[in-house]
Design a protein around this ligand. Sequence first.
Ligand SMILES: C[S@@+](CC[C@H](N)C(=O)[O-])C[C@H]1O[C@@H](n2cnc3c(N)ncnc32)[C@H](O)[C@@H]1O
Length: 252
Amino acid sequence: MRALVTTAPSGSQDEAEELARRFGLVAELRKGRLVPELLAAAQGAPVLVVGSRRADLFDGDRSFRASTGMGFLRLVRARKGDADPLVKAAALARGDEVLDATLGLAQDALVATEATQERIVGLEASPVLAAFVVAALRRLPGAASEAAARIEVRCADHRTALRELPSGSFDVILLDPMFRAAQEANPLFDLLRRHGEHAPLDPVTLREARRVARRGVLVKDAAPGAELTRLDLVPLPSRRTARIVFGWAPAE
Ligand SMILES: C[S@@+](CC[C@H](N)C(=O)[O-])C[C@H]1O[C@@H](n2cnc3c(N)ncnc32)[C@H](O)[C@@H]1O
């Protein structure tokens, strides 16, 4: 059974239908039903409920309010002049064209597009997560709405998408596979654990990403960077206490 999208009393059926069409989910009229009734209708699949100001994903015994996790806070900090570690590691600058091939909650995409002021394409393999993040981006406070609107969410597996892209299509490609998910305490990581694509990054995909990049590929890993080492990448210097490390693979 595919995930359902429906509305809260304040929500728009048009939005539910648009998200369903875009990400291959099923739009369901609410018809006054309570969440347990909707979950029963979904037969074990999650239910995304869109309201005017918030959206929630009901998933078995859990619910997740649509959010971009730390994305908004990182955006605010970046605007205050704090250097975001990802922006620094990829040396992102105004005008760079970026592909975030592991969009997740679009936390990295938000700070990346803030640095570049350009549109950014985000690939997410999970239809549920893609719909969730679109709903979350649309509901960010006004201060973030311009940055959010520059993120073009596509539901696609980057292993196929990268193979199909012409060489040198983007300046920088971001890859943040599910290496670290097991260690994260943030409840939204439970959502990523439940619905995210868990396949490790393979060397063939990394090579494709280097071909598609004009400058290079930034890969994120948990410290000390065991996955980076597996991929023959050298972790970039970071604070001794950093929980995240980055590896840079120059374009080929
Ligand atoms: C650790 S999360 C990324 C978090 C993200 N960097 C952020 O800022 O919120 C990894 C995400 O990448 C997605 N993913 C993993 N492999 C993928 C693939 N082959 N194609 C597209 N998305 C993929 C997962 O479904 C998951 O949502």
